[in-house]
Design a binder for this molecule. Structure first.
Ligand SMILES: *Cc1c(COP(=O)(O)O)cnc(C)c1O
Length: 564
């Protein structure tokens, strides 16, 4: 089963979460979708890779919402047998003084161009393990700090050991976020200077060699977002004979900071947008944080109608998305509009089925869907309901919302309830739908079927954001705060619109958003023949989709990070 994959050296891509397909709930949000798109692009570009993640049998969670918008979380249990093949090999790590055996499932990612790429999903649910340890790989982002640390031991130490036991030759290790940084400790254990060069009792890790082998992508622009583990916990749980004093030098004196560890063990470090790299450089003085702006996978995030259009007018776009830069001149307006009308109708049909609500095809739909958490400010649009209604009486519009709140994010859950209350208050004037259980399939329907993709994060907390890039592939313009990727993507009135200026508008004054809607966005939509609007749709395709795609992103990782 593995033979086709182990004959050539590969890049090992480690990620706590990965979005392989809608039916496999091993992802929570943007980080996992990015991991999936990374491997999908590597597959299409024939860049040999092996992805390593956890099997997360109980998934992240399935979200149920009652009429008040109260979130109930259910396990999103999936059956690995259905989609993946069990591998025979097993390796062991020591956790909390016990031997924990780790096996894996092989998921073969099949690209739409015929490529195949192995994904290993690590699993501790084995008969030989203590009952508690069998659960380590069950819940994605579930449990407490101890549980999380055990998962990170399985991912980092276990992942490297299993790869090598299976016969993989790894030419580079890529840590997608700090969760997998313990992989560096396993490499240190393997690469030491020859003992004859050392004085007795001294152990010298070959750090330059480890660093040469590793790259690290950070995704979090706030210190508190980085995993930290107190050393008493580390001493108790991590029992691999590792000298804590050396660990402190690499990962921080007060606590084991996974980001520090990853920074110190990687030759190449990057943030996920230019602004994010700038913020990260300020947060980590003494390190060089490069910028590789995220992208989304061209094929899976483009709806069928637009794929057909691009195939016809810009053949080859799927391998070289740069070709989309010609969309503004080479695709007739009527063809763009027709493809959009069909994608919008698909969304409308789906809303009818899922929510029993009829949306109007000739009234614009605004989409906002993402993780529901404070800095994303999903409530900004609803700051002044009277003003919003007044705008809608003049130029009607409809709103579709979706998103999960992390089970421990009480604030995020309250936001969902507030959004439901706003929807009730607006009933009769503005149709607002909140769809439960946001995932890949719903993201595909929403980002392709709405007329405007809205994003109102509080700068500088949006490291990149990727859903707006999915919209661009479908000719859907963004209306967004200037943060993350949109600082690079926005050309005012050409690819979409900014809310406020580059100074950031950190206080989030909703008035600027309302003014932009009332005076610029809606009047353009309703202007006679949609000619001006279609121009912006074409701007989004030719100037955003041509660049903010994961093929460009992977070509950069391949030449700048992996080839060191
Ligand atoms: C693309 C995507 C995201 C990322 O959304 P942003 O807020 O734009 O980063 C989150 N969840 C799902 C299911 C997605 O498909």
């Amino acid at each position: 089963m593995l033979d086709e994959f182990i004959h050539e050296p590969r890049i090992a891509y480690f990620s706590m979460e990965i979005a392989l397909r809608n039916e496999i709930p091993t992802y929570a949000g943007g980080l996992g979708v990015l991991a999936g798109d990374t491997v999908r692009s590597a597959t299409d570009l024939e860049l040999p890779m092996v992805a390593v993640s956890l099997v997360s049998r109980a998934g992240y969670f399935r979200q149920e919402l009652d009429a008040q918008g109260r979130q109930r979380e259910h396990p999103a249990t999936w059956d690995p047998k259905r989609w993946a093949h069990p591998l025979d090999a097993k390796i062991a790590v020591q956790i909390e003084g016990r031997t924990v055996w780790i096996g894996a499932w092989l998921y073969v990612l099949e690209g739409h161009m015929g490529g195949r790429q192995p994904v290993l999903l690590l699993d501790t649910d084995l008969g030989e393990n203590h009952i508690d340890d069998r659960e380590i790989t069950h819940y994605l982002y579930g449990g407490d700090n101890v549980y999380r640390f055990k998962q990170e031991i399985v991912l980092g130490l276990g992942g490297v050991r299993l790869l090598l036991a299976l016969g993989f030759t790894i030419r580079h290790f890529h840590m997608n976020e700090g969760h997998s940084a313990l992989l560096g400790l396993e490499l240190m254990r393997r690469y030491t200077y020859a003992t004859e060069e050392l004085r007795p009792g001294e152990s010298h890790y070959d750090l330059p060699r480890v660093r040469d082998l590793c790259s690290f992508t950070t995704h979090t622009p706030v210190e508190s977002g980085h995993d930290r583990f107190p050393y008493d916990l580390v001493r108790r749980i991590l029992d691999n004979g590792f000298d804590i004093e050396i660990l402190k030098r690499l990962a921080g004196e007060e606590s084991l900071n996974m980001t520090r560890l990853a920074l110190n063990l990687s030759e190449y470090v990057n943030g996920v947008a230019n602004k994010h790299a700038e913020v990260s450089n300020a947060m980590f003085p003494g390190y060089k944080v490069h910028a590789i702006t995220n992208g989304v996978h061209p094929f899976i995030w483009t709806t069928e109608n637009f794929r057909e259009l691009y195939d016809h007018y810009l053949p080859g776009w799927c391998h070289e998305p740069q070709l989309l830069m010609r969309a503004d001149c080479c695709i007739p307006d009527a063809a763009i509009w027709e493809a959009h009308v069909q994608a919008k109708q698909r969304l409308i049909d789906k809303m009818q089925t899922l929510a029993g609500v009829s949306l109007q095809p000739d009234i614009p739909i605004f989409g906002f869907a993402r993780r529901m958490t404070a800095y994303k400010r999903p409530d900004l649009l609803f700051s002044d309901l009277e003003r919003l209604k007044a705008i809608a009486r003049h130029h009607p519009f409809q709103i579709v919302l979706a998103g999960k709140a992390h089970p421990q994010d009480e604030n995020g859950k309250q936001l969902i309830e507030q959004l439901h209350a706003h929807a009730r208050a607006l009933a009769g004037t503005i149709t607002v739908i909140y769809l439960p259980d946001y995932g890949m399939a719903l993201a595909q329907t929403l980002t392709s079927g709405v007329d405007v993709w809205l994003n109102t994060p509080l700068p500088p907390f949006e490291a990149s954001g990727t859903s707006g890039m999915k919209a661009a592939f479908n000719g859907v313009p963004n209306l967004s705060m200037l943060d993350g990727w949109w600082i690079e993507g926005c050309i005012e009135g050409v690819t979409g619109w900014a809310i406020g200026d580059a100074a950031g508008l950190a206080d989030g004054n909703a008035r600027v958003l309302y003014d932009k809607l009332e005076q610029v966005v809606l009047p353009l939509y309703f202007k006679d023949d949609h000619g001006g609007w279609i121009k912006v749709m074409k701007g989004a395709i030719s100037k955003n989709a041509s660049y903010f795609n994961s093929h460009r992103m992977m070509r950069r990782y391949a030449t700048e990070a992996y080839s060191r």
